[in-house]
Each structure stands twice: as structure tokens, then as C-alpha cells.
Design a protein around this ligand. Structure first.
Ligand code: PXG
Length: 464
């Protein structure tokens, strides 16, 4: 069998990479000076780079490799599907077995009346679908003025023009002409950073009620939908106060606006249920899915849509779709991934074994002098770094300086733990065992010790 075999030393690969490969969310010049870390292979929860380091992947790639690396069953299914039907589209009144089987499986797994799937190639594409679908839904119902979609600051919903506009990342909006019109952002439920003197629950309620205020201000006749990640991922694993989602749901129901749960990270077991909506008590009209749907082995995403929304959309031609909507190879691989998740009871493993163990270890991280809060739901967690726990002070240095210094130590200690600003985040593969969690925690603790020493050496241990 032909494989891409590397005969080059790391430094040469890095030179070629710097010369020709433009990386997402990266300053190319900075990376060229330093050289990218080049990942060669992976198994279970470990990555191997071209210098032979074995790195514990505490981020499941980009929050997606839920079943872990090296499951050759998925490769076998892909090879068989490519031999039988490598491609056909789902436009023009045609279909194929992988797309049919996967949509039926998703309807079975998704809660409530979410029984219909519109496929995309990624989470960004799926959210672009959602923008058009909810607006078209209201137009079909004779309310075309209902076009505004309400989202939150510091949300992440993708990087295309539509989905990046839905997201609330100001650094993204500063580039390339975003957001598009018709998107309105309210504040996020991040108590640690923004809660001031309020109690956590009172703050959560106030942040949810910003939705009501926004609907009133915009006029309910102009609002199509609210979109939110059950737990914000890329924004720093922001676990909302308990009361937050039930209040959001009450407001959506009261004003009759659609609720979109972006399950791209929370879906497929991450929070200890199949979907984050179940864990957080949300009943959405549409769920965005991607990432864990195929455990990242193939690029695929989609929107799982309620009976009501689908029945309205079905009444006319919806002029929307992607060449790779329901791609047969991606669908077959996703289906095999779901089989493994289900038959190996991996969601149960998260709920009953891995999460309870990690929750205990993770909360003990607050014993570290630099960790203010350490929150985790299922297998997605974050901790806030602070020079002064009682006041929840930020560091005087620019946000992210200290987080970055700690992340560098993690890399050096063969752990992928990311930073978002001055929060450290993890989302390991769902198959992680308690023994592997011990290793993760040991490396995280050591990295924080070294990070804190470096912060102090640099004179940065100072509250803002
Ligand atoms: N919704 C959510 C909630 C996501 O996390 C997307 C949509 C977009 O999916 P695609 O497949 O188009 O990337 C995402 C993606 C990060 C990071 O730095 C997170 C994502 C993507 C890239 C980087 O944490 N999430």
C-alpha cells in the first residue's frame, strides 16, 4: 500500500512548512522563526512528533477525536466505501446508503423531535446553513421580518463569514468585514471574569435576561433565533451558572424564537450524555454538529432539525447545499464512529468512570497557588489563572501572556493543554482512563509550577 513516507529531518520539514503552508489562526512569521511541531502519528490518547516525543493530547486534536486515535476500523470502512462509491451527491433527487443510514442513526440518537439532518462538511458550514434555514423558516411562515439571530460575545460558531459573524470573537470581527448584518450579540455567562460582586447564580440569571432585553429592543417580530454552545468551548470552557439555560429556554418559548444549540464540541459524549443539550437541560429546535460526529477521522458536519422546522422547510425548494453534503465516505466513517461510541459504551464511560475521576482531580487544581477556579463538566474543563484568588484579579500583563507561558511549559512537558487568555483548558479523548488522567494531572501541575516560576522571574506576578 502506498503511504506518504517522510525521509526528511524535522528542520527541513519546518522550512518547507514555513515556505508554503499558511496556518489557521497563526502569525506565519512568528511560526517560521520557531518552526512548527510536526505530528507524525497517534494512538489512543498519545501523539508522536517527528522528533519522537510522545505527547498526551489533552485537547482531542481540536476537540474532536472523541474515540481516540488509531481506530483502524474507520480506515477499513473508508477504504471499502471508496471502493464501492467514493462520491455521489445528494442533490437532484438522489441519495445513497451512507447518508441515509447516518441521518437515520442521528435521528435515533438526538433528543426529542430532532429527526432530520442537513449535512455539511464542517461546523462552520452547518452554522451557515442554520442562518439561512431559520430565516427561510420564518419567511415560509409569512414572517419574513424575523431575520435577526442573537448570539453571545466570546462565542465560537466557526470561521466562515456567516458562522464567524454568529460567533462573538472580536479579534475575528476586526478582520475581513464581519459581522454580517442581522446578527446581534449579548454578553456571555462568564461569572469568573465578568461577574463582579454578584453571586454566581444571580449573575447567570442577569446574563440570560439580556436575551429578553435584546428581543424587546429589536422587536420580537424581527428576531429569528438564539444560538449558543451549551458550554462555550473555544471561548475558554465557560460553564454557565445552573439557572442560565432554563431562563434562556423560557425566554425563547415566551417570544416564539427558535433555539439553536451549537453541539459541535459538546456533542457525541463530551459532557457525559450524547449531547450537551441533555446535560444542560436544553430543548433546541436545531443542533449544529461536527467534530465528534466522525471523531475527526473525516470532515463532516450538519444540522439536526426538529419535525416542525423540517416540515416547513420541506414545503418549497431550499436553495442551499454543499458538494460534500452527506459525502458517502465521511458518512460511512461517521457511522462507524457512532457504532464504536455506542457498542463500547464510551458515553457511559465518560459519565460513570472518566468524568467523576477527572472532576475530583481537576477540582484539586485549585490547591495550586495560581489557580482561582477549576470547573469541569464531563470531559471539558478549564481553570482560571490569577495572581490573587480572593478578588479574582486578572494579571497586569496583557491577557493571555501568562496563559501562553504556561502552555509553553505544557508543550515542553509533553502535554497538550491549551490556553484561552489566562484560562487553561482541556478536553481529552473520551476513552481516557483514570491512570491516564493521573498522568495528565501530574504534567499539568508540573507545567503550572514551572509556568508560575517563569511568570515570577519575568516580574509578571502582579494583579491588574
Ligand atoms: N461551532 C463550535 C461550537 C465550534 O467549536 C465550530 C462551530 C466550527 O466548526 P469547523 O468544523 O468549521 O471548524 C467550532 C469549531 C479552538 C478552535 O481554538 C475551536 C474550533 C475550531 C478551531 C479552533 O478552540 N471549533
Amino acid at each position: 500500500m502506498n503511504m506518504i513516507t517522510n525521509h526528511m529531518p524535522t528542520a527541513e520539514l519546518q522550512k518547507l512548512d514555513a515556505a508554503h503552508h499558511m496556518h489557521p489562526f497563526t502569525a506565519g512569521d512568528g511560526l517560521a522563526d520557531k518552526g512548527a511541531r510536526i505530528i507524525k502519528s497517534a494512538k489512543g490518547i498519545y501523539l508522536t512528533d517527528t522528533d519522537g516525543h510522545e505527547i498526551l493530547d489533552g485537547m482531542s486534536g481540536l476537540w474532536c477525536v472523541n474515540i481516540g486515535y488509531g481506530r483502524t476500523e474507520l480506515a477499513d470502512v473508508a477504504a471499502r466505501q471508496m471502493a464501492e462509491l467514493p462520491y455521489y451527491n445528494t442533490f437532484f433527487q438522489t441519495s445513497h446508503v451512507p447518508a441515509i443510514a447516518l441521518s437515520a442513526k442521528l435521528a435515533e440518537l438526538a433528543p426529542g423531535d430532532l429527526n432530520h439532518v442537513f449535512f455539511a462538511g464542517s461546523g462552520s458550514e452547518a452554522n451557515d446553513t442554520n442562518i439561512r434555514m431559520v430565516r427561510h423558516y420564518w419567511a415560509m411562515k409569512g414572517q419574513p421580518s424575523k431575520r435577526v439571530i442573537i448570539s453571545r460575545r466570546n462565542a465560537y460558531h466557526g470561521s466562515s463569514v456567516g458562522s464567524g459573524s454568529l460567533g462573538g470573537m472580536s479579534a475575528m470581527h476586526e478582520q475581513g468585514g464581519m459581522p454580517i448584518p442581522g446578527i446581534h450579540h449579548i454578553n456571555q455567562p462568564d461569572w469568573w471574569s465578568e461577574g463582579g460582586d454578584m453571586e454566581r447564580e444571580a449573575f447567570g440569571l442577569a446574563r440570560a435576561q439580556e436575551l429578553e432585553a435584546a428581543i424587546e429592543e429589536l422587536g420580537p417580530e424581527n428576531v429569528a433565533a438564539f444560538i449558543g454552545e451549551p458550554i462555550q468551548g473555544a471561548g475558554g470552557v465557560i460553564i454557565p451558572p445552573e439557572c442560565y439555560w432554563s431562563e434562556i429556554k423560557r425566554i425563547c418559548d415566551h417570544y416564539g424564537i427558535l433555539l439553536i444549540a451549537d453541539e459541535v464540541i459538546c456533542g457525541f459524549g463530551r459532557t457525559g450524555n450524547w449531547f450537551g443539550s441533555e446535560t444542560l437541560g436544553i430543548t433546541p429546535d436545531i443542533m449544529t454538529i461536527a467534530k465528534g460526529l466522525s471523531s475527526g477521522y473525516q470532515p463532516i458536519g450538519g444540522s439536526i432539525v426538529s419535525d416542525e422546522v423540517a416540515s416547513v422547510i420541506a414545503q418549497d425548494e431550499f436553495n442551499h447545499g454543499y458538494t460534500y453534503s452527506g459525502h458517502p465516505v465521511a458518512s460511512a466513517v461517521a457511522l462507524e464512529n457512532l457504532r464504536i461510541l455506542q457498542e463500547e459504551r464510551i458515553v457511559d464511560h465518560v459519565r460513570d468512570v472518566a468524568a467523576p475521576y477527572l472532576v475530583e482531580k481537576w477540582s484539586q487544581m485549585t490547591d495550586h497557588p495560581m489557580v482561582g477556579e477549576a470547573r469541569i463538566t464531563g470531559l471539558m474543563g478549564s481553570m482560571a489563572l490569577t495572581p490573587h484568588k480572593e478578588s479574582r484579579a486578572k494579571f497586569k500583563a496583557d491577557a493571555g501572556t501568562v496563559g501562553f507561558m504556561c502552555r509553553e511549559r505544557c508543550f515542553a512537558n509533553n502535554l497538550v493543554m491549551r490556553h484561552v487568555g489566562d484560562r487553561m483548558i482541556i478536553a481529552p479523548p473520551l476513552v481516557i482512563t483514570p491512570a491516564e488522567i493521573d498522568i495528565l494531572i501530574e504534567r499539568a501541575w508540573k507545567s503550572l509550577d514551572q509556568g508560575m516560576a517563569a511568570v515570577k522571574d519575568a516580574g509578571l506576578w502582579e494583579p491588574a
